[in-house]
Design a protein around this ligand. Structure first.
Ligand SMILES: NC(=O)c1ccc[n+]([C@@H]2O[C@H](COP(=O)([O-])OP(=O)(O)OC[C@H]3O[C@@H](n4cnc5c(N)ncnc54)[C@H](OP(=O)(O)O)[C@@H]3O)[C@@H](O)[C@H]2O)c1
Length: 249
């Protein structure tokens, strides 16, 4: 028996990286998968890569109008939602003094307002037995230099998992978070760092990870699948850390 047979799964930010790996895994476990993204180029690539696997929908995670349209589209087509993986996110790192206010605002728009809008709009459509998974980050619990705004967005999302779990328990919906350590995805190439600086950044992080490597998107997707499935039927308001030991050793 597949773990998500006949389930409808929405994954925000499923065009690349962790969301893309989750889309493939959830579909292989029997789910009807809908993924979103905002960049027309990666949306096109994802449509080709996920043909026959998942539906790809253009939807800006931080736009209330786009999220309302996404909810209407998914519920018109499928009636409701069983699994909601709120994964869309962006990352920018700079010391406090160098971080532009506009970057701070965009981080909070996409990473915090985004999942809040999705929780608010999808909640009435989540079926009993459903599961919401929020993508946080180990930096939400660490004092990593350069991560003030990004880390704060992820700490906020960790908090959403607790409160939404309390609010949705009565409807039979579990809400949890998966907290990745450093995972090899395109997110690092979007941070605006010169190649040499990025290489140094990656090396210094790898040196701090007991398992001595970046994780793979599939390794986060597997934890998200666990939380999405009935294997995690007594787990709610929890955060599963998948970080090669970074935050505990
Ligand atoms: N990689 C890591 O080391 C790491 C560590 C901890 C946590 N995370 C978290 O994991 C999540 C996925 O990141 P990733 O590493 O897989 O990076 P990624 O490959 O850059 O994926 C990010 C996804 O989010 C989408 N996205 C970004 N802005 C969006 C917006 N405004 N509206 C809709 N979709 C949007 C992207 O699509 P478009 O480009 O098409 O918009 C893409 O599908 C993020 O929340 C990130 O913070 C990653």
């Amino acid at each position: 028996m597949k773990k998500l047979e006949n389930k409808v799964a929405v994954i925000t930010g499923g065009t690349t990286g962790i969301g893309l790996a989750a889309a493939r895994l959830f579909a292989s476990e029997g789910a009807k998968v809908i993924v979103t993204g905002s960049n027309p180029k990666t949306l096109d690539v994802a449509r080709a890569e996920l043909a026959g696997v998942a539906e790809v929908v253009a939807s800006d995670a931080g736009s209330a109008k786009d999220i309302a349209a996404l909810v209407a589209h998914v519920t018109d087509k499928h009636g409701g939602v069983d699994v909601l993986f709120l994964n869309a996110g962006i990352a920018k790192f700079a010391p406090i003094g160098d971080l532009d206010e506009s970057v701070f605002d965009e981080l909070f728009r996409v990473n915090v307002k985004g999942p809040w809008l999705a929780l608010k709009s999808f909640a009435p459509k989540l079926r009993r037995g459903g599961s919401v998974i929020l993508n946080t980050s180990v930096v939400g619990n660490l004092g990593m230099a350069g991560s003030t705004a990004y880390a704060a967005t992820k700490a906020a999302v960790r908090s959403f998992a607790r409160t939404a779990a309390a609010e949705l328990a009565g409807a039979g919906v579990r809400v949890n978070a998966v907290s990745p350590g450093p995972i090899e995805t395109p997110i690092y190439g979007k941070m605006g760092m010169p190649a040499e600086a990025l290489k140094g950044f990656a090396e210094s992080i790898t040196a701090q990870v007991p398992l001595s490597r970046f994780g793979r998107p599939e390794e986060i997707a597997k934890a998200a699948l666990f939380l999405a499935s009935d294997d995690a039927s007594y787990i709610t308001a929890e955060e599963i850390v998948v970080d090669g030991g970074l935050s505990n050793v």
